[in-house]
Design a protein around this ligand. Structure first.
Ligand SMILES: *Cc1c(COP(=O)(O)O)cnc(C)c1O
Length: 433
């Protein structure tokens, strides 16, 4: 049935494989981790739905890997983008949209005195790390196994997300000298961090983490863990960087750092702040941001950085999120899904653990113990996930094609979508054990 129903996808993907490396512009989009079919080729999207080139519709829990908190094609975002299109897409000069977006971000994010726009989350992280190294005069970086901070050399050491499913060859092209400067620790292990800082803290430029990890599935920090990071960074003169590329504006209007009560020295932003277009930003303490060219010696630039089109989309997205506060509703729907999936799995005796924070959650098959770090996340059953993924796809539910990603509920999902998803999951789970 799948071959018939997705013949168009198959044909397009064959063309893609001839001219695009691996047929995809980002490895996480491939179906390598879930086996079987070629990836689905989408033709359009609206609200909470994706539609493929064969006309099949899917309830979308991918949200394009997180940015689409508002779902697809929100009328106010479309209107803002159309208005900016008419006024020009790129000037190569400062423009009101980027200035207004920066003002709003600085207004709502604690400790964000100033920022600099870039085009992707990868660049935001790369640039924040350069700034941290310049500010401290140190080289070494501490990160955590299973987090993902984009694909810059240093950040691919033991990374999560697409890099975690890509296999052992992931270090290709990364010089050993770069790897040697990166210390990777297990997340949620304050003793490991304390020990490393006691040994090497005076050489560490920055500790970087996702405050709530989204790239080994959803893994929240244990109580006190981020506070420990904050105080160890201060004690040894290292900077604390929160990569909120996924988390900012996903769980609340603003950053999750505020909910968790810890303020970093620098933030990395992306995804949602571009409202579905390309945007990233990094920023924080004014004394650090002053080191950037043209004021200081740290160079970083971008032809498309802060472009008016992305800024307009981001600004409109933020305006809707602020005006409508969809967060409690999104969280309630995600909680309903979580509870429903748990009950269905119990009935057919499929063991699983679900980690949920707000409107995002991850299902770890084959685990009954909590998942608090990458080792535990990686122990989840890849084969069961792959079969569940395929069954859900055939049921018209689009999940991220990796067990290290999350289900994202958007502001446009309706209770009826949740009911249909649970009905689909009931059939998919029954076929699993
Ligand atoms: C997606 C992601 C990035 C990279 O952003 P890109 O825009 O894909 O370069 C960085 N950090 C985190 C936490 C992410 O989830």
């Amino acid at each position: 049935m799948t071959t018939e129903r997705r013949a168009g996808s198959r044909a397009w993907f064959e063309r893609a494989q001839a001219v695009i490396a691996g047929g995809v512009s980002s490895p996480a989009r491939s179906f390598k981790a879930v086996g079987g079919d070629p990836p689905v080729v989408m033709a359009r999207a609206r609200g909470a739905y994706l539609e493929d080139v064969d006309g099949n519709r899917y309830i979308d829990y991918l949200a394009a890997f997180a940015p689409l908190v508002l779902g697809h094609g929100h009328p106010r975002v479309l209107e803002a983008v159309h208005r900016q299109l008419d006024a020009g897409t790129l000037y190569g000069t400062p423009a009101p949209a980027e200035i207004e977006l920066a003002e709003e971000l600085v207004r709502v994010i604690p400790g964000l005195d100033q920022l600099r726009f870039v085009t992707t989350g990868t660049e935001a992280v790369m640039s924040a790390l350069r700034l941290a190294r310049a500010a401290t005069g140190r080289r070494r970086l501490i990160k955590f196994a299973g987090t993902y901070h984009g694909h810059s050399d240093a950040m691919l050491v033991e990374a999560g997300s697409g890099a975690a499913t890509a296999g052992p060859a992931i270090g290709g092209g990364i010089p050993p000298a770069v790897q040697a400067d990166v210390i990777t620790l297990p997340f949620n292990d304050p003793e490991a961090l304390r020990a490393v800082m006691a040994r090497e803290g005076r050489e560490v430029a920055a500790i970087i983490t996702e405050p709530v990890v989204g790239n080994m599935g959803i893994v929240p920090p244990q109580p006190g863990y981020l506070e420990t990071m904050r105080s160890l960074a201060d004690q040894y003169g290292a900077l604390l960087i929160f990569d909120e590329v996924i988390t900012a504006f996903r769980f609340r209007y603003g950053v999750v750092a505020e909910s968790l009560g810890v303020v970093p020295d620098l933030y990395c932003l992306g995804k949602t702040i571009g409202g579905g277009l390309a945007a990233g930003a990094y920023g924080g303490r004014r004394d650090l941001m002053r080191l950037l060219s043209p004021q200081g010696p740290v160079f970083q630039a971008g032809t498309l950085a802060g472009n008016p089109l992305s800024s307009a989309a981001g600004l409109a997205t933020l305006a809707v999120l602020r005006d409508e506060n969809p967060y409690p509703r999104m969280e309630a729907l995600a909680a309903e899904l979580e509870t429903g999936l748990r009950a269905l799995a119990e009935r057919v005796r499929v063991p699983l653990t679900i980690n949920r924070v707000g409107s995002a959650f991850t299902v770890y098959f084959g685990r009954t113990a909590p998942v608090t770090n990458f080792r535990e996340a990686a122990a989840a059953d890849a084969d069961r996930f792959a079969r569940f993924h395929r069954a859900m796809l055939d049921e018209g539910v689009y999940l991220a094609p990796s067990r290290f990603e999350a289900w994202f509920v958007s502001a446009q999902h309706q209770p009826e979508d949740i009911r249909r998803t649970l009905a689909a999951a009931e059939r998919a789970l029954a076929a699993l054990p």
